[in-house]
Write a protein that binds this ligand. Sequence first.
Ligand code: PEP
Length: 254
Amino acid sequence: MKKKSKKIVIGNMKMHGSLAFNEDHFKNLLQKLNTFNNLEITLCVPYPYLFQAQKILTGSNINWGCQNVAKEPEGPYTGEVSASMIKDFQSKLIIVGHSERNTAYCESDENIAEKFNMIKKHNMTPLLCVGENLNEREAGIMEKVVAEQIKTILDMYGSDIFKGSIVAYEPIWAIGSDSAASPNQIEKMCDFIKQLININSTDNDEVNIVYGGSVNAKNAVQLCEINGVDGVLMGRSSLNTNEFYEICNGISKI
Ligand code: PEP
């Protein structure tokens, strides 16, 4: 298999941070990560901190983005934030379909597909999260579950919409826990996802697959070395500057 030029490292801050915390964290990341030009690094911040991320990270090798988007372009949708508003802050990437949103806010696969499409329309990168819960894994239906999550997008918009996007395989049981999925489980699912999407792509518009779920400085290199894994998505580790640095440092040497 051809080796990709850049591994992907994405941090999801979730609903953490403050102006004071971010000021330190973003500036420290800026300083510590500035030599990792062989990585594609992105930090997904809460909406109110997009301006702060833009102000501090502009000109650096760290991109920024956020964790959700409205499926509508604009209008009377109280509390929603549109793709064009997020793009106004030079964001590069938006997470869609994170299991924490699906569980807490009952996001349907159709909603997620429309959001995915909206992000593409605004020339940003959608990071689609897919993955099964523990019951589904134990019942052996994890591939069926992931296929359903992806198929809605394929059915609504066709496979080419995946060009240049990122899919995160995040088994729900591994998120926020103390152990990641096994290399075998991850490799099988990444392979399954690639076959399912099956686009005719070039280096610039291929679909990248990252793994998420309890990524830390101890396991990040091993996870990135798994066949078919193009990088990592991390939650907790993205809030700790040293952990973030160690993860990037390890992966940059692969
Ligand atoms: C996540 O929720 O996207 C995630 C990967 O969380 P954690 O790294 O904390 O398991």
